[in-house]
Design a protein around this ligand. Structure first.
Ligand code: PLP
Length: 391
């Protein structure tokens, strides 16, 4: 019998993720009055650091809710009854975005792939050629429940040649890999600190291009005086401007601490750490005898590894064993990918190659309890270590 650890020891999920210790310390700092000069300076500094991290020319907008708020706000701010939307669906988040897009626009179009594949830019090019009336294109960069990465730079280059604005969900990739708003021609780039930056869920970060601001400002439907309003928060980073309502003081402190860590380590070094962890994890998963969910290795995300479940294995039971017996928490599939895969996150503080060993060994051992001799844990562990040593 395994002696069950009482609590989760390793949170190796795809978000929320465990926070960096410096972020937890920042959350514990005294909560200042929002118009205290000290907090006004913190807010301005956090905004400037977010701008540096996102490498944009204007300050990002910080909204007061975890990134689904940013995604809904983007749809609400951009869309009106005359808009023609093209939504690119390669996974559960891309599919779910329809829920906010469709009711707000005049015409809704889709390009859809199987959820272990990614969007083909050629298909986008021919759709844009066929429908020059398209005004908005939306895509999820890393569709987390599939662990796959869409070619957003190639798609963005196509959209940039049209009048359409490009909405990119980069919630679970920004900060963990090379994805920057301007480089992919994003007009509304939505992310948050609660995945690869290692913060708790609570804020959305939006980088908006000149084209994006023009679209929002010319849209009479764009919310004002609302939790969904991007316009309300446009100037919040300026210490002389009032906040539309009280900012989340503790979350802003935490965001600044996370950005300090990110900028001090250096984006390239952070991205490389995420990629090395994913490489080690994938090597172990395959050597152990399991399959990746992604149809091809080159579309598999550096910030999460989705592992196809062997037939007949119940994912809830599998994850229960991993947690109860080994203290390791990983993520389930969602929606269409539920019970077809499990996901190991490599995000923020857990993007450390040695964590791949923990994940691979715990997953292999738990699977072997449900389906004996499915996994060669020794081979998996050896492959993880060889991958780490090969760098
Ligand atoms: C985590 C995540 C979000 C934020 O949504 P929640 O499911 O509420 O955490 C949005 N988009 C993507 C791709 C995400 O991974």
């Amino acid at each position: 019998m395994t002696q069950p650890p009482k609590d989760t020891i390793f949170t190796l999920t795809t978000g929320p993720v465990n926070c960096y210790p410096a972020v937890l310390q920042a959350l514990g700092r005294p909560v200042l009055y929002d118009y205290d000069p000290g907090f006004l300076e913190t807010y301005a500094r956090a905004s400037a650091k977010a701008m540096a991290a996102m490498q944009t020319a204007s300050s990002p907008v910080i909204l007061q809710g975890e990134p689904v708020l940013g995604l809904e706000a983007a749809a609400a701010s951009v869309l009106g009854p005359d808009d023609v939307v093209l939504n690119l669906v390669s996974g559960v988040y891309g599919d779910g975005y329809r829920y906010w897009l469709q009711p707000r626009c005049g015409d809704y179009l889709e390009i859809r792939t199987p959820f272990n594949e990614t969007i083909d830019p050629d298909a986008v090019a021919s759709m844009l050629a066929r429908r020059p009336d398209i005004t908005v294109v939306a895509v999820c960069h890393h569709d987390t429940p599939s662990g796959t990465i869409n070619p957003v730079a190639a798609i963005g280059a196509l959209v940039a040649k049209t009048p359409a604005v490009f909405i990119v969900d980069a919630v679970s990739s920004f900060g963990g890999m090379d994805i920057l708003p301007d480089a992919v021609h994003a007009d509304i780039f939505v992310t948050g600190p609660n995945k690869c930056l290692g913060c708790p869920p609570g804020l959305s970060l939006l980088a908006i291009s000149g084209k994006g601001w023009e679209k929002i400002k010319s849209n009479p439907q764009a919310p004002r005086g609302s939790i969904l309003s991007i316009l309300d928060w446009e100037h919040a980073w300026r210490p002389e401007k009032p906040f539309p309502f009280t900012p989340s003081v503790a979350e802003i402190n935490a965001l600044e601490a996370a950005l300090d860590l990110y900028l001090a380590e250096g984006p390239e070094a952070v991205w490389a750490r995420h990629a090395r962890t994913a490489d080690a994890c994938r090597a172990g998963i395959k050597a152990m005898g399991l399959r990746l969910w992604a149809a091809r290795d080159d579309i598999a995300s550096p910030t999460a590894t989705a592992v196809a479940l062997p037939d007949g294995v119940d994912e809830t039971e599998l994850r229960r064993i991993m947690r109860d017996d080994y203290g390791v928490m990983i993520s389930s599939g969602r929606g269409e990918t539920h019970n077809k895969l499990v996901r190991i996150g490599h995000m923020g503080p857990t993007a450390q190659p040695i964590y791949a060993l923990t994940a691979v060994a715990a997953l292999g051992a738990a699977l072997n309890k449900l389906a004996p001799e499915t996994c060669d844990i020794g081979a998996g562990a050896a492959a993880v270590m060889a991958s780490i040593d090969a760098v």
